[in-house]
Design a protein around this ligand. Sequence first.
Ligand code: CJB
Length: 824
Amino acid sequence: MIENTPPVAAREHTVESFTREFLRELNFGQGVDLDRASANDKYLALSRTVRHYLTTRWLETLRNQYRDQAKTVAYLSAEFLLGPQLENAMLAADLDEIANESLRALGVDLDELRALEIEPGLGNGGLGRLAACFIDSLATLNVPSVGYGIRYEYGIFRQTFEDGAQVEKPDTWLRLGSPWELPHPEHAVEVSFGGHTVEAEGGNDGARTWVPDWRVAAVPYNYMVPGYRNGRVNTLRLWSARATHEFDLQIFNAGDYAEAVRARTFAENISKVLYPEDSTPQGKELRLQQQYFFVAASLRDFLETVLPADFDLHRLPDRITWQLNDTHPVIAVPELMRILVDERGWDWADAWAVTQKVFAYTCHTLLPEALEVWSVDLLGRLLPRHLEIIYRINEEFIEEVRAAFPGDELRVRRMSIIAEQPERAVRMAHLATVAGFKVNGVAELHSQLLADKVLHDFAQMWPGKFTNVTNGVTPRRFVRLANPGLSGLITEAIGDGWITDLEQLRGLEPLADDAEFRRRFREIKAANKRHFADVLLARDGIEIAGDAMVDAMVKRLHEYKRQSLKLLHIVSLYEGITSGRIPLDAVTPRTFVFGAKAAPGYVRAKETIALINAVGATINADASLQGRLKVAFPANYNVTLAEDLVPAADLSEQISLAGKEASGTGNMKFALNGALTVGTDDGANVEIRKLVGDENFFLFGMTEPEAADLSARGYDPGAYYESDPQLKAALDLLASGVFTGGERGGAVASIFASLTERDRFMALADFRSYMDAQSRVDAAYADHEAWSRSAVLNVARTGFFSSDRSIQDYLDRIWGARPVTQNR
Ligand code: CJB
């Protein structure tokens, strides 16, 4: 499927040359001898050495790109949750063995250096991690592409627990140096804000002149994005805000020095911090500044430096697709119109014709409240010209709707880019759908529901615009690197082609029936569990049994994901054991692993965290359980920890209310590493279940139509509470305060009330079915042979979820770009 050139590094480099480079970096880069070098010195020197090996290929890729002017995909995303870089770079460059040998000979411990790396947490969760998987696959598939985003000085907050409650600390990921980035201050571009507009002189249709009143400089930081051993190294360009010289002059001239410095700080605040909100739009001015900041810089960068000076922009659709990762970069639409009409003097209609051919939009949610909306007031203040352009786009669009559906003013109001209630505001998803030539959801069910519900009017008007691309994850990071044991076993069985063609995992299917293969598979899982236990002990001081079932629920804390349902399962088990209903020796030893950050302002999510920790502390301290149940909630779940947990998991919890989780990608990572899923018919779970087969998946809960129907009929959680004695007992135990030192108010009362009175995501309605599914899990797990057969089949049948396949689908269904034959 993917044609790879022979390994470059292996052909051209040796242990000796690597050692020479490493020592040179240590001496001249860090200014130290090996004897006196700190671990951090060595980490930085090693990273730069590895980076050097990629640089030649990177420069070559850039040169070819410029020469060939091939169609490029620009992935515009406010988040890239990259994870640690060192190992992935070594793998891609085929340097892992050479580096290992070289360092061993020097007496340097590679694991110690690896542990020092602080991952760039420049994303919140699924959406940001997806962007990181996608750029990896774009490079591996030889697609000319560039990622554009923001270099936040502080990424997603570092989560700590104080008395079980989440406390956020700043993520100082840059503090020990950042060897993976190359800043280019000389290529800074200016981005303007504020001011007003005046009549333009050009006389072309639609033109106005924007007179902004302040500017910042956007400084590009380039990151290499190596394809897997194919000689291609793409670019990720992240922008950092700096005060312009204008600010410097003000400082110099101003009598009020302090005020001038304040102004400077104001400019630089733009890229200071990642908003830790996930699936809830922020609506804050700084957030809109960030969005316009990176989008304006990225468009300018592409149009003025990537394209040749004499490029005819009418041909833009042949050269680029700007993929809009959710609505965050959608301000790019009026920005391109402004450039073409106001700066280049095009007539409006010409500009709109081109604009409509270069943007495609990916929607990542189904929650209506998660769709971004900007008040006209704020947008007009910050970007007055863009607001005018949006108004005109909307006027023409509304004419189109009226022509297609005469007399249907209700529809016009529903579809308008401008909402009138509760305040006048721009609906960014509508703008993206109107301007984009394609709109895609991220799993089959999600794309269906987008077209049937959330964007139904638009799908009726333009059925051909809507398509699906099911998400995927990169097998390099999430199988090959994270799970070396399993990777070795797979490669031994079917060769190593699976790393770039994951469907080859199908070749493992017959081995599910091979007892010796299953034994080795179990051994690897057991070793991964011991490793994970070691990591938890060292990282968090959490002690877990090395051999219990690892039951994992890791994802952002959100009511629709229903961590509270998982909690009810645990509390119900505990209630059953302590009340004598469940004999202790009938309980499958389980470690429940949670990983979840709550948005700092999301009170209910934080209460849920506090409650999970309270229940965990009680259960973990109860000697009568003899260690059969254990709750492990390591703080600050991130990509680094995921790489240790995912290979160790037996059971993957994907329990959102059907119709709420757009796709999920954790579900894919777990299945690919041989965990079985207990899940609802939601997001990509639907596709996972179809592929692995019902007998290898624990399905429970209402379907989306059933949930919608129950909601329409009027859902009463109290009725479930009253009629299911086990559910009532669990909720009553929670409410009793036994987990919270007698405290019945606070989080306890709040969660109890929210579940029994409103229960927006119908956890109580799915409780019975979930408990039954968990009993089936226990029964299945008791038969080790059958369980590991299912686990092997999960691995063998989920190759579809490679992000390489997702990118191929984007190429086929949306971009029309083609892989190029890479420099060799
Ligand atoms: N998603 O991570 C986010 N943030 C948002 O603001 C909206 C959605 C998630 O995106 C993932 C990638 O497409 C999906 O797998 C996941 O279901 C969705 O919640």
